[in-house]
Design a binder for this molecule. Structure first.
Ligand SMILES: C[S@@+](CC[C@H](N)C(=O)[O-])C[C@H]1O[C@@H](n2cnc3c(N)ncnc32)[C@H](O)[C@@H]1O
Length: 218
């Protein structure tokens, strides 16, 4: 049954810190299918510098590093970033980790990346206005012609509608707030980009239902 929540939609920072701290391999060690597909796309445009938003514990980060990308991994959960740094040091790998909340301006100069990847970050506790700002920031830090590949859970997901409604397409369940992408949201986030690919796919045991979007900066 759906309840209607009150109060602010939630600072999820502490929740993610403790969740990632308590579950060292929350999403496993293998790369996501989304990352594997994105790496192929990025290679086609000879991308080298890659910004990853919402890197979690780095299952995709290390895949990109292994494929030769120059990776900058960001997340607002320092516990996740510390796990990435430890694993990188153990393996003698080089990458940058930057602690950052995507509700704030990205801490990088204009045009500083060839590509941006983000798996299941856009469907976090971000209002539509915050998502529009984030898309605009991604556009700013990409070079002209640069690619962004992001994924988000959709209203086709089995969890959509379950838990406490937090407004603006967001539901809270088990302490996690998810913004389920419905019709039209992908287009709203494409200002200044050309959408070059989009498809729906499933991941995990639920399974989560997601949309994958790849856009080129105009
Ligand atoms: C569903 S997890 C996905 C993690 C990783 N991309 C993966 O697939 O393994 C979402 C990640 O986004 C991060 N996150 C959530 N809200 C954020 C925000 N406002 N700014 C930065 N990171 C955020 C969480 O800490 C978490 O690591």
């Amino acid at each position: 049954m759906t309840e209607t929540g009150s109060g602010s939609p939630l600072d999820q920072h502490e929740h993610w810190e403790s969740t990632l701290s308590g579950h060292p391999d929350m999403y496993g060690l293998e790369p996501s299918d989304a990352a594997v597909a994105a790496a192929c796309r990025f290679r086609e445009v000879e991308a080298s510098s890659l910004l990853e938003l919402g890197a979690g514990q780095g299952r995709d980060t290390f895949y990109f590093v292994g494929r030769g990308f120059d990776v900058t991994a960001t997340d607002f959960a320092d516990t996740g970033l510390e796990a990435i740094k430890t694993r990188a040091a153990d393996r003698g790998l080089v990458l940058r980790c930057v602690s950052h909340d995507v509700r704030e301006r990205l801490p990088f100069p204009d045009g500083s990346f060839d590509a941006c990847f983000s798996h299941m970050l856009f469907c976090m506790a971000l209002s539509t206005a915050e998502l529009e700002s984030l898309a605009s920031e991604v556009r700013r830090v990409l070079r002209p012609g640069g690619l962004v590949a992001y994924t988000a859970r959709t209203t086709a997901d089995a969890h959509y509608g379950a838990g406490v409604y937090r407004g603006d397409g967001m539901y809270e369940s088990g302490g996690f707030v998810v913004h389920y992408f419905g019709p039209g949201l992908v287009e709203r986030l494409s200002d200044g980009f050309e959408i070059i690919d989009r498809f729906e796919f499933s991941e995990g045991e639920l399974p989560r239902r997601l949309i994958s979007v790849t856009m080129r900066r105009l």
